[in-house]
Ligand binder design. Sequence first.
Ligand code: AMP
Length: 383
Amino acid sequence: MQAFSAALKKEGKCIGLVPTMGALHEGHLTLMRAAKEKCDVVIASVFVNPTQFGPNEDFDAYPRRFEEDCRKLESVGVDAVFHPEPAEMYPEGYCTYVNVDGDITHKLCGAQRPIHFRGVATVVTKLMNITRADEAFFGQKDAQQVVVVRRFVDDLNIPVHINMVPIVREDSGLARSSRNAYLSPAEKEAALVLSRSLRKAKAAYNGGETNAEALKAIVTEEIQNEPMAVIDYVDLFSFPALLPVETVNEPCLLAIAYGLTVRVIPPWWQRSSLKTKVAAAVPLGALFLALFAAYILAWQSLQIPDTFLPTEHFFDLPFYVSQIRWALEGVGLGKPAWGDIPAGERLELGLGLLAAALLAAVIAGVLLIQALRKRVYKTVGKD
Ligand code: AMP
């Protein structure tokens, strides 16, 4: 790639770069067309960049359709595709990162994705160096990304001009995004709440409402009316400075991020409200107590002679261990086998087994709920 670009440079060609992560759609192709119009040669990069994904994010699941992407790129006249492997971009020993350490990376998406913009800035710098681009094209859909890229390009004196291309939407109003592939038809329908809420806020602004809080409240209320959507943030900042505003009397960015199913950021117990935690803990705790009470009552009502009341063994770990060992022996995993156990003790053993099974079921239930909640928070859209 570097040799290709060096030869173009020698010929004095203007090189345009469009960085993408693939799974291309009309939004990407609009960027390509804008680059074609302005540059002699257009290079598209298709690279799912691992350094911009957090540990619980969708790097592995991110859609990869390279052959289909190439056909699309060819159809809009892109001259070259750069599609490196992660190990080519980040070989063993790699340790250099571009860290845009200003307020602009700590808000909006940066607030919940602490390493995201470091990964973006690093890969975009590398792509610019490799392709020796004169012009680079980014979508307004990721408006904060444009601000960050412009910042480090200025700060590091990188001789590339940054172009911002307007958001491309589906007819329904949904912003086109590779991650829309994660959405079921019902989720896609629910995601329309984003563009709808923004249109509502815009109508209010056009009608004279310039108070930032009021505009944010319009968006928030609309999204809250959609049961499937969970708001990550609704924020309004000046653009491109990304400074807080009270009154909208300059260009501003009203940005929303919401969860449906894509992005796993913190696990649910960190994200969910106290109310949700209590709502989950109370029935599970109650179920556990009910099972334990039933176990004790069973002991007492059976009145098995020469044995013990389990209440004496509440905090008696060796007792629980002996129950499990007993249970194992009972199912033939130890000695003596079931038939060798005296009848009265079999009852004890049966109850021990039952209690252990119920406890395991409760633990499994908790783990399952946790896993499901993680998936629920896997999807994100922003607008
Ligand atoms: P991605 O492949 O999602 O990293 O996106 C690559 C580039 O395409 C980024 O600059 C995005 O902002 C831009 N892009 C993605 N979707 C759209 C869209 N719907 N409209 C305009 N640009 C987009």
